[in-house]
Design a protein. Sequence first.
Lengths: 604, 401
Amino acid sequence: MCGIIGYIGFREAKDVIIDGLKRLDYRGYDSAGIGIIDDKLQVFKEVGEITNLEKEIPLIKGDIGIGHTRWGTHGKVNKENAHPQISPNRKIIVVHNGIIENFKKLKEELENKGHTFTSQTDTEVIAHLLEEHYEGNLEAAVFTTLKQIQGAYAIVVMCEDEPETLVGARKESPLILGVGDNENFIASDIPALLKYTNRVIYLDEGELCVITKKSIHVFDENKKEVTKKEDIITWNVKDAEKSGFPHFMLKEIFDQPDAINQALRGRVSEIKQTINFPEEVEKLLTNGTDSIHIVACGTSYYAGLAGKYIIEQTCKIPVIVETASEYRFFSTRNKSSLVIAITQSGETSDTLAALREAKHSGCKTLAITNVIGSTATRITDGYILTQSGPEIGVAATKTFTSQIIILLLTALKIASIKNTLGSNDIYDYILRLKKLPREVRQILDNSNEIKRIAKQIKDSKSVFFIGRGINYPLSLEGALKLKEISYIHAEGFAAGELKHGPFALLTKDTPVVAIATNDSTYNKILANISEIKARGPQVIAIADEHDVEIEKHADFVLRFPSNSTLLSCVPITVILQLLAYHVANLRNCSIDKPRNLAKSVTVE
Amino acid sequence: MKCVILAAGEGKRMHPLTFTRPKVMLQIANKPILEWNLLNAIKADVKEFVFVVGYKSEMVRDYFGNGKKWNVTIEYVNQGRALGTSHAIGMVERFVDDCIVLCGDTIFGMQDIKNIAEKEISIGLFEVENAEEYGIVETKEGKVVKIYEKMNKPFSNIINAGIYHFNKDIFSYIRKTDKSPRGEYEITDSINLLLKKEEMKGIFLKEWKDVVYPWHLLDANEEILKKAEKKIEGIVEENTTIKGNVIVGKDTLIRAGSYIEGPVIIGNNCKIGPNCYIRAHTAIGNNCHIGNACEVKNSIVMDKSNVPHQNYVGDSVIGSNCNLGAGTKIANLRLDKKNINVILNGKKLDTKRRKFGAALGDNVQTGINSTINVGTTIGNNCFIGQAASVKGEVTPNSKIL
């Protein structure tokens, strides 16, 4: 997981690259580096945030360069291991995102030939191989080098002897081209270049590109030139900025009413009372959905778990949810089951690997993702975009609720196909869905109570979240949000599971957040709350606005507007997000960039 | 000599029309402002252009391409960050030597462009009545002494018209320019640095049309249409009255009973009438429909918009892809006959016009019998419900029911 960028054109390459790296730092930020050709090749690297690097670079001219912000996978965080990695003759440099799986073998071979390595990175191997193969044509050297490499990569390469050319290539890691006038860009992600151009070309698996100021040529693995289509990005730079909020995360929490609308847009017809998806998606949902397998990681996995409750309840078909990284290790595959992958970035490598595995075993695949053109959208039989816009905060917020909305819509679509819900029920759901943005807005507008309760738990060492039914995955998500941004230990449990072990951890200093909805689980959760209270912890309940009974059991109550249980999961999630945010804020944590974490995880 | 046209601005003061297009792409007499400048510069013998683009640059590029359609070459430079005019001009250092620079959102005349092109290191000047809105230029014996920023009580009414002739030296002054108090790199500051070392001639322009607010489009439209010559390429049914200079585009059908008083331009593939009244200084874009019992006066109706049934549109600008419901009417005159005020971006402005209707952004739909009061601005993608009455500023994507 790293961010890379390359620039060639008429601007000061240093400014463009530093600027781009700052926009890519959600991909990792343990160290950063930049290489510029200004008569001769110069490379600067620093440990820490990109501003550290910026301070260290002397006044340097040059209109071609590459840069890298790293999230280490091989070797410690130090200057030597930062990119760009340099060839022994100091002529060729490379920035890389991904993992070279056979680097140990390649390294040994090179060492036997007399090469000495200065870093512990897998990437340095590429730089050495490029020098070995370089015979006056960088493009040819890259082709030859890539043939020897196994693993995932997005690379950009630059050579002092060819100061008019950048060469890039990708396999299983993202890389896009930004098309400019008298200048061109190459980067891991769109925000890095959006300031300068909104015309992009998505590189496909195994493709290699040669970029000059005025030209872009793309080749497939067999060196055959391919014609690529330009896409226009309609978000503007402002969309990717904080627009006045202290943190991206808070901005993105507040984006949710709009994000929900976006997710519903074009898919819900109030007049016809139907749910509509693109043709290929509808085909997937119509044919052979006897069972569903959901694969995902992290927050998306919890969205998947919530999806299980939603789909099983409305469609009466079995749903299995699997952590993507474990999916491969299960040996049975049901060909007739639809595999739905949930990945915000569309590049999460564990999820992509699971998808490939599923395809390989003959399953139909469907991706739910936020990024058009991402790998997930290209390798599946169909995809549904959450259309949430860029999410910069490392902790997923609006993309989670959008994923839930998409899962709700998917469930309603299947239910209408399978006739497990009548058209009146579906219409009722559609009306309730349309109310969600307003309900979320209501919570956002009245978040003072959440802030007050955040004070109660900010000094805790440990916080538990419990729920039953669909509220169980929500309690997992609530715990994940709290631990990832506030660094407080937090666990989510199915409420019934507490007494099978975790009870031993309860003390008066372990607050418990309990989600109580007015459905068949209500009395049971009240009983659980009483059991907990008896052991001393404070209980913070999240309950329906009309629930009076809960006051007798819980110490604090946070309210959400009444709606059907399946749909309440969206406002409840927003409460959990705000709670985590305010706790982290009171603890002065680095909310948008929690330690050790990166936004999209493109290594396994 | 190359001509650099600054076309990167969003034109916030042109809201709601610029929510969906850059200012230079606003159409006057059915051509973008930028095209009028391009055409005039071409007539002044310029063949090589550099467009500095930014906001929604793809629209500029899509329309003008590489310039082949006009037999000229057009290069593009994306400004990246919008950091002011000096920054924008600094962008083209690698692409030009001796060059004319002009602001793409102001319309300059052919002869004036020619005059500027002939005098190395010069600046276009223009005398206006109200100089408060512009940079004031102090001159002495035809030479520029200093340029001042906008001032409340200007000592002169000679203003900086936004057209320059520079040589390569300007770029060294641009590099030395500091940010102005309003946080931008201004070309006037760079010029003031230049004036300390070099001379710059002031050249008075004969024609100059600055468009700042939506209602200025109507003035510019009128001025250009006054020079229009009659040309009918579409089909005109019998019993139609066409007076004066009227331009009717290809595949446009004018049905019986239409009464058109020039100067008027109607684009291609429109359906006009039957029985409608189109009055002077009106520009109707391509693929529009003006239907039965509608009156359109001194207005701009952009592409793919419909004024289809029993509508009145006077002194108004209607964006593209709009549809007025039957009976929707736009008021354009106050009963007390006072100047019309407009609220734009939350600020109240005097249009200094006695007659002004409304400015509608793109994709606005109105319901039957809705009424739109004088000076209303409606953002793009708005719904105005049936029989609703709107006034003031309606933000984009609103539903008024």
